[in-house]
Design a protein. Structure first.
Length: 404
């Protein structure tokens, strides 16, 4: 493993294990139980998993909503951490969750190894070709709480590992990707694995890694009945806001494959630099490079229309390598859990906006939810734009929307 400073914005790592994980059912759970409940589930997942990651010498831990991005000094360390996390999740769900609504449901964990450079930005997020592959395995492939690894990891650990593996294949970027599923039973105790009770009873660890607001969310797990209702009301009063969320969609991994990670990161930052002052002009707050919050839904729509114009103008005299890779915008409005000094700006608006902007939008289109459309029809008419009604279904969730 090696580390060096790339520039003022990025650190570089080489020869590192990468672990990616994602929770399942975000949108469905939020719509059933509310964002405060699901936020507490995410924090419990982080509490349990980060303990295990640090036990296995994690170099860098980054959480983004219900996603984990972790770097380890070796493939072996990454796979060991993933396997132990699977056990800890099973231990929690079977022995500590109040009922199924309090379970932590991971899609699973995916492990890869990067011989190429991994870039880490000042927010802690990872970028690189191997990162894209690991993210695909962790986001799109792994399911049912399994642990999977790339072919490279399998070749590195197979002879020394006590685990058994099943070879599988999937499609990735117009090619066949071989990967392996760990066949160990996560419900069986393993020598040296940590128990959930040892993590949740470690007050010093929790206080060191979670601020007072997050600890208040975690306290929901030890609260019942009327006391829980009072706590929920307090959290709502303190942190629940009504916001319009705009997601900026881009072809990051496609551009990286063609032009390389450094050129893509350069364009990614240029896109944010172009849109940031526009978002401020329209009253927005850029919480992340691709996520902007607005109090005024009409100003959010004006921002997207003006932002698209700015990108088109920028790209007009550029060759393909130097064009900003914007695929479009997605937006929705709803209650949003917003906790200052944390990464928590979560809710249906974020999840729906990201699906519309990141997963669906193409050719620089603007996609807005039906709910938002009803609030901003007059603004769209100002621009003499005729929207088209659309209907999508992503991850089992219906997304009625309008495109323009």
């Amino acid at each position: 493993m090696s580390q060096s400073s790339a520039d003022e914005s990025y650190e570089q790592y080489k020869n590192v294990g990468i672990l990616m994980s994602d929770m399942s059912g975000f949108t469905r759970s939020v719509r059933k139980m509310g964002i405060i409940h699901f936020a507490s589930i995410i924090q419990k997942m982080r509490q349990l998993c980060s303990f295990v990651f640090k036990k296995h010498d994690a170099l860098h831990i980054f959480f983004e909503a219900d996603n984990c991005w972790i770097l380890f000094p070796s493939a072996e360390k990454a796979l060991e951490a993933a396997t132990e996390c699977a056990y800890v999740m099973a231990d929690w769900n079977e022995n500590y969750a109040k009922n199924e609504d309090w379970e932590i449901n991971l899609s699973g964990m995916a492990v890869d190894f990067s011989e190429e450079t991994v870039f880490v930005d000042d927010e802690g997020k990872f970028y690189g070709e191997t990162v894209d592959r690991a993210f695909y395995l962790g986001e799109e492939v792994v399911e049912d709480g399994n642990v999977i690894c790339s072919d490279l990891v399998y070749q590195m650990v197979n002879e020394a590992s006590a685990s058994t593996f099943e070879v599988l294949e999937t499609d990735f970027e117009d090619d066949t990707l071989t990967y392996y599923r760990v066949l160990d039973d996560p419900h069986l105790d393993r020598e040296g694995f940590v128990d959930v009770k040892d993590i949740v009873s470690d007050v010093a660890f929790t206080e060191e890694n979670f601020n007072e607001h997050i600890r208040k969310l975690l306290s929901r797990f030890d609260t019942e009945g009327e006391e829980l209702e009072v706590l929920n009301d307090t959290l709502k009063e303190e942190f629940l806001l009504y916001k319009t969320v705009v997601f900026v969609g881009h072809e990051f991994h496609v551009h990286t494959k063609i032009y390389g990670i450094e050129q893509t990161l350069h364009l990614f930052n240029q896109l944010a630099d172009l849109l940031s002052p526009l978002s401020v002009q329209h009253g927005g707050v850029m919480e992340e490079q691709c996520l902007i919050l607005f109090d005024d839904s009409k100003e959010a729509v004006r921002f997207m229309i003006e932002g698209r114009k700015a990108v088109v103008a920028y790209n007009q005299d550029k060759d393909e390598k130097h064009k900003l890779p914007l695929t479009g915008f997605g937006a929705h409005l709803s209650d949003l859990l917003y906790i200052p000094t944390t990464d928590i700006h979560w809710g249906d608006a974020v999840n729906t906006g990201s699906k519309l902007g990141e997963d669906i939008a193409e050719n620089q289109e603007i996609l807005i939810s039906n709910t938002l459309y009803e609030q901003v029809k007059d603004v769209i008419e100002e621009y003499e734009i005729t929207p088209e009604e659309r209907s999508y279904r992503v991850s089992g969730v219906d997304l009625p929307s309008y495109s323009f």
